[in-house]
Design a protein around this ligand. Structure first.
Ligand code: FES
Length: 183
């Protein structure tokens, strides 16, 4: 028969500090998943912040100053709880430069119901294949019978360092007469 061996030794100072240390370590270990959970919870906010900032879309020389729109993908950096992804596609824009130095950026998404708008070089107009909205080269509604309630969405764009075009990319709610940013 085995008998449990019990120590009659009174708790020492060393035991006391060991217990304190164990408590601190388990507290820290408990905070790690809490922190990771908060990061995941806040992730949409972080993503939105990176999507709403200006991103470099093209070089200036990639858009000749002939008034013809050119289409470019918009690539941005995405960050989640554990990873950072570079060059993730978040949309596309038409960029247009005119001979008098004007720069125009238009979201390619149709403001009627969200299809992608084509530019037709032969007619010099934008056309949406879904419900036949047409837009002038400036993005304004071209045909009064177009179902779109507003023109194509313009975006803030600027030339930096004399050679790069940066666009503040944003999507807007479809089907409304006014531009309302998608949250
Ligand atoms: S989605 Fe473009 S016209 Fe309807």
């Amino acid at each position: 028969m085995h008998r449990a061996i019990q120590s009659d030794r009174p708790p020492s100072r060393r035991d006391f500090f060991k217990e304190i240390l164990a408590g601190i370590i388990s507290g820290i270990l408990g905070l790690v998943p809490l922190g990771a959970g908060l990061v995941v919870l806040l992730d949409p906010l972080r993503r939105r912040a990176s999507e709403s900032g200006a991103v470099r879309v093209a070089s200036l020389e990639a858009v000749p100053a002939d008034g013809i729109p050119r289409k470019f993908p918009v690539l941005a950096t995405r960050v989640d709880a554990w990873n950072k992804y570079n060059h993730v596609p978040i949309g596309a824009v038409y960029l247009r430069r005119t001979a008098d130095g004007k720069l125009l950026a238009l979201n390619v998404v149709c403001p009627h119901a969200g299809c992608f708008v084509d530019f037709l070089p032969d007619s010099g107009h934008f056309h949406c294949p879904c419900h036949n909205s047409t837009f002038a080269v400036t993005g304004k509604i071209d045909d009064p019978h177009s179902p779109a309630a507003r023109g194509m969405d313009t975006l803030e764009a600027e030339v930096r360092n004399g050679k790069d075009i940066w666009v503040k990319f944003q999507n807007f709610q479809a089907g409304r007469a006014e531009k309302v940013p998608v949250a």
